[in-house]
Ligand binder design. Structure first.
Ligand code: PAF
Length: 278
């Protein structure tokens, strides 16, 4: 096991990447790495190959947090994160300071996520997806990977990143990786650290609801939603929605996605599942 090269600046990143000529794959994170991130790193290694370069970016992006959100208390654990990256054979960790990534201050020009950016998560978190897409575009352009891998847990984020790359002709391949779950179904998330024991006990109801919904697919959209709703207990639901798998609304048949957001105490949890409608 060799330690990854840690690049804190653009110049250090360019120098670190200049050494490899083979395929590169990037996993973008905000740190507080967990088993779900490790699965992404392994998938990145599979894509890049043993001779390729796996890059992990660690940056808590202020642009995607609204006022009153958890930017200040978002878990930061750089030493443990670096150990996890070393363990997974990551080649380069890019961990810039805010001033390095946004040298001119808050960017005046941002990536507009379009109508989907104001729906679902975007309805509750105005500006969130413009912040996400802007930093993802910057990190893609700085790391110049062949592949960028994102978890399906943030399905709306993944969908918007795919659209950004398609709509703006960015020359990167975006790959989604299935959600990693605890034994009781709870989707892994850095924010699970915020949950009290009681909230943690209530949290798996989201995954139960999604599974119940997917299992009811043969009965059509209404049956899916009713089955899911019946399992959502002990949490405050923000939304439960069934959409096409590109998150478009409209008459639903074939591949669809059931998405849920709910609060356990003060912690907002999101999750989703594929649903195969008749
Ligand atoms: O999913 C995340 O952790 C973040 O939204 C991302 C993609 C790293 C951008 O800051």
């Amino acid at each position: 096991m060799t330690d990854p090269i840690v690049a804190r600046t653009r110049d250090e990143l360019t120098e670190a990447l200049a050494q490899g000529e083979n395929e590169t794959a990037v996993v973008m994170t905000m740190g507080a790495l967990h088993a779900g991130h490790r699965v992404l790193m392994r998938a990145a290694r599979e894509q890049a190959g043993d001779d390729g370069t796996v890059i992990v970016t660690i940056f808590v992006n202020p642009l995607q947090f609204g006022p009153g959100e958890d930017f200040d208390r978002y878990p930061r654990a750089f030493d443990a994160d670096l150990a996890a990256c070393a363990d997974e054979g990551v080649d380069v960790v890019f961990a810039p300071a805010t001033e390095e990534l946004y040298p001119y201050g808050e960017p005046l020009v941002r990536v507009d996520p379009g109508p989907l950016g104001t729906q679902l998560e975007g309805a509750v978190r105005p500006g969130h997806f413009a912040g996400v897409l802007t930093v993802v575009a910057k990190l893609l352009n700085l790391t110049v990977p062949h592949y960028a891998l994102f978890g399906e847990k943030d399905y709306q984020q993944l969908t918007l990143i795919r659209r950004m790359v398609a709509d703006l002709d960015l020359p990167y391949e975006i790959l989604g990786v299935p959600t990693v779950r605890e034994a009781d179904g709870l989707a892994l998330s850095s924010r699970n650290l915020y949950l009290s024991a009681d909230e943690r006990a209530a949290a798996p109801s989201l995954a139960r609801a999604l599974t119940a919904g997917a299992d009811a697919a043969a009965g059509g959209p209404d049956a899916v939603l009713a089955a899911a709703r019946a399992e959502l207990t002990g949490v405050d639901v923000d939304y439960l929605e069934l959409r096409g798998d590109d998150l478009a609304t409209g008459p639903l048949s074939g591949p669809a996605r059931l998405l849920v957001a709910a609060r356990a105490g003060a912690t907002r949890l999101i999750d989703n599942i594929a649903v195969d409608l008749p």
